[in-house]
Design a protein around this ligand. Structure first.
Ligand SMILES: [Zn+2]
Length: 212
């Protein structure tokens, strides 16, 4: 599992390729998609461009799944028994569509991955401290993932919302880990769309099974 910081806006090809070089990986093994805030998940066989997806899943050793984020949650899923991996990009839209539940189900449908064998890691993302949303977004979420302050200020806890979905999918709580850092206000130099707007860079995420 690799998490690294690169990036500017654009196709991110050069950022992915230079990250691969730094990691001593072959950039020809990278699979990536155009992220469209959907709940669509792709079974990755070939490297290169996969299409419009926000979740990538593979069991092919050395295939490098790649997404980029700036405040959205990157979720890494690993089946420790069957050696299947999944990588999900999810902001409020993907989370409201429950993409991570769909990814867990797809791992089961395609590779018979049992949720109790899955480990999940939620990388750095915007936390509730900085993620004020409108009422129309807040209304899409239930329970304690929305914090109301004052009369009409709503703060969304994307990490908690996704942890609820992972637990609902059958993943054990002890197998769910999170970075616990806010991309927007942490002293670590993360990219943040909320903080930097259109000029924000992106964090490139790589996830691959190592054959060796
Ligand atoms: Zn914050």
């Amino acid at each position: 599992m690799v998490f690294s910081i690169q990036g500017n806006n654009g196709s991110y090809k050069s950022e992915r390729d230079s990250l691969a070089q730094i990691m001593d990986l072959n950039h020809r093994d990278i699979s990536y998609a155009k992220q469209v805030h959907s709940d669509d998940v792709s079974r990755i066989i070939n490297s290169g461009f996969a299409g419009e997806y926000d979740g990538l899943i593979t069991n092919i050793p050395n295939r490098i799944l790649s997404i980029q984020v700036a405040d959205c949650v990157p979720i890494f899923l690993y089946d420790v028994e069957s050696h299947v991996i999944g990588l999900v990009h999810t902001g409020w839209r993907g989370t409201s569509k429950k993409i991570v539940r769909r990814a867990v189900k797809s791992m089961n449908d395609w590779f018979q991955s049992k949720p109790q064998n899955l480990e999940a890691y939620l990388g750095p993302s915007i936390n509730a401290c900085c993620y004020e949303v409108g009422e129309e977004v807040a209304d899409l979420f239930s329970g304690n993932s929305v914090i109301k302050k004052g009369s009409d200020n709503y703060f969304l806890d994307l990490v908690l919302a996704n942890k609820h979905q992972l637990l609902y999918s059958g993943i054990r709580s002890e197998n769910i880990k999170e970075a616990d850092e806010c991309t927007c206000c942490s002293s670590t130099n993360f990219h943040s769309y909320r903080r930097d707007g259109k000029k924000a860079g992106r964090m490139i995420c790589f996830f691959h099974l190592n054959n060796s």
